[in-house]
Design a protein around this ligand. Structure first.
Ligand code: UDX
Ligand code: ADP
Length: 477
């Protein structure tokens, strides 16, 4: 089979950028990205794409309506394609068995059923969404049970490792491409076909092939390892604050060991995003189901530490503001789960805002890329409040940082947007109530300069006093 047409089911954060890059690098392949949502597809076809991702606009502009198409006509795209990516969402279940932990596979299942209904020729079906181990088996089962006489399917696992904010670069220069498939002749052929697509721009030696389950588990494992590093350094940030050690110095010293490496050792208010928490919860759930309680407890601790870090930071704000934030107006800088994205899924900012709102604070929120409506939806969600009316009255959302600080008691920096580093903090100080506080949840601001202006500064993993940094435990005694 020669791949000439690819269909991608799901035009989200994974499907959209991935297929845009495939279209860019494979001009002879016609790539159609389909979605149930009419609004999403019309945004992909407009000048304002539904997701903010540096470099994505350029790639889409180069290929759209040439060999890259966005459409709601799911059936035609499935029918025509030789290779189909399933890139639908796999959120954590909110009800029933496995609630709060297991991945909800209903979207994957409905995509598989749609393929079974429509397909009239052989298809390679590629699971790109992060799924629990053995999900490919379920897809196979659905396709097999609905198989038309002469249609054959090969199911591959090809997890996506892109990170939001750097998606285009991650796709263009992937560390590795992982393809899992069945150890049969037809399975190997399907792996070869998909591998050929990537070989348009990824060197062959970076394309790793495994059995299906190894591929599925590797994706969960990679995210679990990355999150574990963040929880590890965050746990030490608490020790630093209590002793006078500086977590940045500790991370540097530890990371210079080439066996450990320096990446993903940035202490923060906690990790967010659609993947880390979801995938670890999923891993924990699988381990429990496999009667491996010790393994489940081990990974659960990574999540627990993240919750602790988010709460610890929120509590610190309240303690510093004289143990009460009731009726105090506080500025939130950044709402996205990291910089260079407008995505708010599992953002630690929600936990911080929720805690402050519960304590009676009023919030002025500013984020350079998150839609106002998204912030409102997140903070009035039933998991955050049982009084959405109250929240609506207690928050104001702004279009720039300077308007957001007027008459507020504190700035709480939740997202590490570059623009926050270069703001005119003298002007900001003059607009705020005194004493004016800054809580830097990302360790990005120039703390000494802020202190010289007059701010009281608190950050993660480093104890600051009024005269500057306390360099060591000894100097505090
Ligand atoms: C992650 C994985 O990196 C990616 O490979 C996978 O495909 C999807 O999940 P993503 O969630 O988009 O990507 O972003 P990532 O850069 O991993 O950041 C996740 C969270 O961890 C963010 O909230 C970020 O601020 C936080 N983080 C990251 C830290 O707190 N410290 C760090 O050192 C790194
Ligand atoms: P991810 O971050 O995994 O890409 P998103 O939520 O951003 O997740 O995107 C998933 C997309 O999949 C959504 O736009 C959703 O509308 C779409 N989707 C879910 N189920 C189906 C389906 N059966 N057919 C087509 N699109 C679907």
């Amino acid at each position: 089979m020669v791949i000439t047409k690819i269909c991608c089911i799901g035009a989200g954060y994974v499907g959209g950028p991935t297929c845009s890059v495939i279209a860019l690098k494979c001009p002879n392949i016609r790539v159609t990205v389909v979605d149930l949502s009419v609004e999403r597809i019309s945004q992909w076809n407009s000048d304002k794409l539904p997701i903010y991702e540096p470099g994505l606009d350029d790639v889409v502009k180069k290929c759209r309506n040439i060999n890259l198409f966005f459409s709601n006509d799911i059936e035609t795209a499935i029918d025509e394609a030789e290779l189909i990516f399933i890139s639908v969402n796999t959120p954590t279940k909110t009800f029933g068995n496995g609630r709060g932990r297991a991945a909800d596979l209903k979207y994957v299942e409905s995509a598989a059923r749609m393929i079974a209904k429509v397909a009239r020729s052989n298809k390679i079906v590629v699971e790109k969404s992060t799924v629990p181990v053995r999900a490919a088996e379920s897809i196979m089962h659905i396709l097999g049970a609905n198989q038309k006489m002469d249609v054959k399917y090969e199911i591959l696992s090809n997890p996506e490792f892109l990170a939001e904010g750097t998606a285009i670069d991650d796709l263009l220069n992937a560390d590795r491409i992982l393809i899992g498939g069945e150890c049969t002749e037809t399975g190997s052929n399907a792996i070869e076909e998909l591998s050929w697509v990537y070989q348009h721009w990824i060197p062959k030696e970076r394309i790793l092939t495994t059995n299906t389950w190894s591929s599925e588990l590797s994706k969960l494992a990679a995210n679990a390892f990355l999150a574990q590093r963040i929880s590890s350094i965050n746990s030490l940030s608490a020790v630093c604050e209590a002793t006078g050690a500086d977590v940045t110095e500790v991370a540097k010293a530890v990371g210079l060991d080439s066996r450990i490496g320096s990446k993903f050792l940035q202490a923060s208010i906690g990790f967010g995003g659609s993947c880390f928490q979801k995938d670890i919860l999923n891993l924990v759930y699988i381990c429990e189901g496999l009667n491996l309680p010790e393994v489940a407890a081990y990974w659960q601790q990574v999540i627990d530490m993240n919750e602790y870090q988010k709460m610890r930071f929120s509590q610190k704000i309240i303690e510093c503001l004289f143990n009460t934030v009731s009726d105090k107006r506080i500025t939130i800088f950044g709402f996205a789960f990291k910089k260079n994205t407008g995505d708010t899924r599992e953002t630690p900012a929600i936990t911080v805002c929720k805690t402050l709102l519960e304590e009676g604070a009023k919030l002025n929120i500013y984020d350079p890329k998150v839609d106002h409506q998204q912030i409102l939806e997140d903070l009035t969600h039933p998991s955050v409040t049982d009084s959405p009316e109250y929240v609506r009255k207690a928050i104001d959302i702004f279009d720039n940082a300077y308007d957001a600080v007027k008459d507020t008691y504190a700035i709480v920096l939740c997202t590490e947007w570059d623009e926050f580093v270069e703001l005119d903090y003298r002007a900001i100080y003059s607009k705020m109530m005194k004493p004016a506080y800054i809580f830097d949840g990302r360790k990005i601001l120039k703390h000494k300069e802020l202190q010289e202006i007059g701010f009281h500064v608190q950050t993660i993993g480093r104890k600051l006093n009024r005269t500057g940094l306390l360099r060591s435990w000894a100097t505090q005694q």
